[in-house]
Design a protein. Structure first.
Length: 52
């Protein structure tokens, strides 16, 4: 069973990804390590790091 979600990419980033061979309708795997919101970096920790 595949579990997935949608990731929306800004128009400005699309040109870079396209140059690496990623096209609309492609499936890619992404690992999120941090969010940057209003210049503040928020690190994302895997569940196993939080609950062990």
């Amino acid at each position: 069973m595949l579990i997935f979600d949608k990731l929306y990419i800004s128009k400005g980033s699309w040109e870079i990804l396209r140059d690496y061979g990623i096209f609309a309708g492609s499936f890619i795997s992404v690992k999120l390590e941090k969010f940057i919101i209003d210049s503040e970096e928020i690190t994302i920790y895997p569940r196993r790091d939080v609950y062990t």
